[in-house]
Design a protein around this ligand. Structure first.
Ligand code: GMT
Length: 373
């Protein structure tokens, strides 16, 4: 099929999912056309079936806010007409679902049919989408989507409880390509933990919703109990506050801030434990990536996390903000080699359930369904 793919290109789960999905589809022979204002950070174009159509949003003095939606809709129309798209898949409802609708209507006036699928990722519903200012547009563009998917059952339920949606929402969970998660780089481990300390890792975009300060508090308690180092991958608005807290709790010199890393697998491969104490998390792709690398997860129990991280098996779940419970659970896993090995094994087994080979056919079937109408 000829598939149009729209996503935000910046560091964030929805862009990663769209990119990995596009690559997997291209590897199966579909032609995938990405449309974005800059190249999605994990998208390498060394594949004859992958195409990237960039658009520029002009910085005209009259526009205090640049007309992103209009430019994107025009780009979709252009690509659909000249590349003969069969289906359009947009990631993140705001504003992509309404842009898709607008493009669909313009194409209809030219007697071209372009069904669109909207994939909900989380904050487009649970944070940004909650803002009543968006309600009529989100509801309308979701109800006019030819199909809607949510990345977890929890997000499906949240969407139905927040918006009056007449359309069916199918759950297609996020995925990893398990084959990519194999190597263990012990040289790196020695570099970050020269005296055999346990390595704790957190990955996020350092927004408030990720509660990275909780990560520091949990780590400080772990460090009191056993030798440990913390690696933080990512960057964002909370970085300064997090650095400040690390100094205040006297653990700053045991924390490495790596900044934005395109592919964090190398660092996950040396991790002993992954922390994700988020306020809300529709799925928690970073936790799944850790589990695919056989790393147990200590997380909050918010949103879709319980669908990924199984309490007492692949890691532990605690109430949001309960850093004492999270720290106690982390110490429990890290201080027993036997328990640690069991959790590692369980984490990997759970991650295998989300292998791309199981999830990709769900998207392919959906594309076929909407294409046939
Ligand atoms: O929160 C992020 O890291 C970014 C955000 C996004 O849409 O880019 O992530 C959301 O989508 C991811 C991919 O589906 C999910 O794994 C994350 O759980 C979700 N984030 C939240 O719900 C906070």
């Amino acid at each position: 099929m000829n598939i149009g793919m729209v996503c935000f290109p910046t560091y964030g789960g929805s862009g990663v999912v769209a990119t990995e999905l596009g690559i997997a589809l291209a590897n199966k022979g579909h032609k995938v056309h990405f449309m974005s204002y800059s190249q999605p950070f994990r998208l390498s174009l060394f594949n004859e079936n992958l195409f990237y159509h960039e658009f520029n949003v002009n910085d005209y003095p009259l526009f205090e806010y640049q007309p992103y939606e209009s430019v994107l809709a025009s780009k979709i129309v252009d690509v659909a007409m000249y590349e003969h798209l069969d289906v359009l898949h947009v990631h993140y409802a705001i504003p992509h679902a309404s842009v898709a609708y607008m493009a669909q209507q313009i194409l209809k006036s030219k007697k071209i049919s372009l069904p669109y699928i909207t994939t909900l990722h989380g904050t487009d519903i649970t944070l940004v989408g909650r803002d009543p200012a968006f309600e009529p547009v989100i509801r309308f563009s979701l109800n006019h989507s030819n199909a809607i998917t949510a990345v977890s059952e929890s997000l499906r339920k949240d969407t139905l409880s927040m918006f009056k949606i007449d359309n069916k929402i199918s759950v297609i969970p996020n995925f990893i390509n398990i084959k990519d998660y194999a190597s263990k780089d012990h040289c790196i481990k020695r570099k970050y933990a020269p005296n055999g300390e346990k390595i704790v890792v957190h990955i996020s975009n350092f927004r408030k919703v990720k509660r990275v300060e909780d990560v520091i508090e949990i780590f400080a308690q772990i460090k009191n109990a056993l030798p440990a180092k913390l690696i933080l991958v990512g960057d964002g608005p909370e970085r300064l506050a997090v650095e400040g807290l690390a100094r205040q709790l006297n653990v700053y010199h045991d924390v490495t801030f790596l900044g934005k890393i395109t592919d964090p697998k190398e660092f996950l491969s040396v991790a002993d434990l992954f922390l994700l104490p988020s306020e809300t998390e529709s799925f928690g792709l970073a936790a799944l990536e850790a589990m695919a690398m056989k790393v147990p997860v200590i997380s909050s129990n918010s949103g879709g996390l319980p669908e990924v991280n199984i309490d007492g098996k692949t890691g532990f779940l605690s109430n949001v903000g309960d850093v004492n419970d999270m720290a106690a659970n982390a110490i429990k896993i890290l201080s027993s080699d036997k328990l640690h090995q069991t959790f590692r094994k369980n984490a990997f087994a759970q991650a295998q359930k989300f292998d791309i080979e199981k999830i990709l056919p769900m998207y392919e079937n959906l594309y076929q369904q909407v294409y046939k109408g």
